[in-house]
Design a binder for this molecule. Structure first.
Ligand code: PLP
Length: 481
């Protein structure tokens, strides 16, 4: 490229006046989207045509605010109070807005010298998380890009503790993972990634309330022993992905002690309940875990991404990885540091400054905001349970432990799995509401996840009223009453 063209391209991309104009337009759009009401559709019925039209757009930087508006209008409005489908939060506005500062500073917090202030903030957030879960100051942790990374990191720390030679030799280690049947797939995926083989995961059955049945752990451990496994990682979940159920952590801790197992808690979803004086009792025993995975981007209502892993004995996390990288990491004897680098114990080399949004919100509004958000969303899920109990068409499949409710048709109908599926699709196609679906006890059902603290009882009535209306329509079309 000729030098004049290079200069012209750089001038255009770094032009201060036009960047200021764009910044103002983006921030107006951002505030509107973050404070969205229930007036428009959750997802527009013609979303597909709108999305295709977007991909054909050509233009200039000056057009980019218009593209952004079109992009927002074409897709799913996670911030809509009638979006009740998946564990993706309507983010706290301040947290979402600070994201552009994270990108602007673009500091990698892997090593102290690259980002001293960011690193201190990151460490302060981690120290607060340790306290939240009742861990000692000697625990160690890091933010991760989500719960799957946090679970993988915890499994690596567990393996390093149970089979210290595994990192170097990759030798078969005969470690079994005993985990509830509703455990998130990232645990089995971690076993696959680590070369332990997904077959080393032994499912523990759930009870009638969809919590993992802690009484069944000894029998599952016997089965694993029979298959040749000698060491165990025991995994509890708070709350589970399908139903938001909270395992009995005290019972799990006792079973882990009996088995001399590494005890991991996947609290990716429910960890945020710890902020609520009313709800935290439901996670009693969490401090007994050897490791905890927890997602601020779920019930702390942070925008994607913000996960975290904590290990009670800090040395066991720092021992999870081994690496040689003299261009980045230096032993403290060679380069003394005010704060130890986090890079040696994170999967990522470039480590995003995700702590900023958490720290900013925590400081601005206090932990009581996180308590309010957990209380509000769990109360809305309870209202959905009450609605289903009184409905002539719908029935709840469990009492919600947190902010997730599975429910289904009250009457039995032929081909029920398919009927549930097409009703869910019909509901979502209306644009009035958005729910998800899963399989519980072998049967397809509806699933509602309250991830917007501004979703109220009225929005629950709108969403479930839409499910009832579409149910009537689908059943009439099938000749059912
Ligand atoms: C219980 C549980 N663990 C882990 C994960 C994975 O988290 P992430 O999507 O942040 O990777 C999920 C995701 O829904 C989950 O529900």
């Amino acid at each position: 490229m000729p030098t004049t063209e290079i200069h012209a391209a750089l001038r255009q991309a770094w032009d201060k006046a036009s960047l200021r104009r764009l910044g103002r337009a983006f921030s107006d759009w951002t505030v509107n989207e973050l404070t969205l009401g229930a007036g428009g559709p959750v997802r527009p019925p013609d979303f597909h045509a709108r999305a295709r039209a977007l991909t054909r757009l050509k233009g200039t930087a000056a057009n980019s605010p218009a593209w952004l508006r079109q992009l927002g209008a074409a897709g799913m409005h996670i911030n809509h109070p009638a979006f009740m489908a998946q564990q993706v939060a309507a983010p706290i506005p301040l947290a979402a807005m600070i994201e552009s500062a994270v990108a602007t500073l673009n500091q990698s917090i892997a090593v102290w010298e690259m980002s001293p202030a960011a690193m201190l903030i990151d460490r302060q957030v981690l120290a607060r998380c340790k306290k939240l879960f009742g861990y000692p100051a000697t625990a160690e942790g890091s933010l991760t890009p989500g719960g799957s990374f946090a679970n993988l990191t915890a499994m690596l720390a567990a393996r390093a503790a149970l089979a210290p030679r595994a990192w170097q030799t990759g030798a078969p280690n005969r470690i079994a993972i005993l985990a509830g049947a509703q455990t998130h797939y990232s645990i089995a995926r971690a076993a696959g990634i680590m070369g332990m083989g997904a077959a080393c995961v032994f499912p523990i059955p759930t009870d009638a309330s969809h919590r993992t049945n802690a009484n069944a752990i000894p029998a599952v451990a016997r089965r694993a022993r029979k298959a040749g496994f000698r060491r165990f990682i025991l995994v509890a979940t708070c709350g589970s992905t399908p139903t938001g159920s909270l395992d009995d952590l005290e019972a799990f801790a006792a079973a882990a002690r009996e088995l001399n197992a590494w005890f991991h808690i996947d609290a990716a979803h429910g960890g945020g309940l710890m902020f609520s004086p009313r709800l935290r009792m439901r996670l009693r025993g969490i401090a007994k875990a050897d490791s905890i995975a927890f997602d601020p981007h779920k019930m702390m209502f942070m925008p994607l991404a913000a996960g975290a892993v904590l290990v009670r004995n800090g040395r066991q996390l720092t021992g999870a990885f081994e690496q040689h990288a003299p261009y980045l990491f230096h032993p403290p004897s060679e380069a003394p540091r005010a704060v130890a680098d986090v890079g040696p114990f994170t999967l990522a080399c470039s480590q995003r400054f995700d702590a900023l949004k958490i720290w900013m919100v925590w400081n601005a509004y206090g932990p009581q905001l996180f308590a309010a958000l957990a209380d509000a969303t769990c109360a809305t899920a309870s209202a959905a349970f009450d609605y289903c109990q009184q409905s002539k068409l719908l029935t709840p499949l469990h009492r919600p432990d947190s902010n997730i409710l599975c429910f289904g048709l009250r009457q039995s109908v032929p081909d029920a799995d398919h009927v549930h599926w097409i009703i869910k699709e019909a509901v979502n196609a209306t644009g009035r509401a958005y729910i998800s679906s899963t399989v519980l006890d072998g049967r397809r059902c509806f699933r509602l996840v309250v991830m917007n603290p501004r979703s109220t009882v009225e929005h629950v009535a709108r969403v479930l009223g839409t499910v009832e209306r579409e149910t009537r329509r689908v059943l009439r079309a099938k000749g059912e009453k």
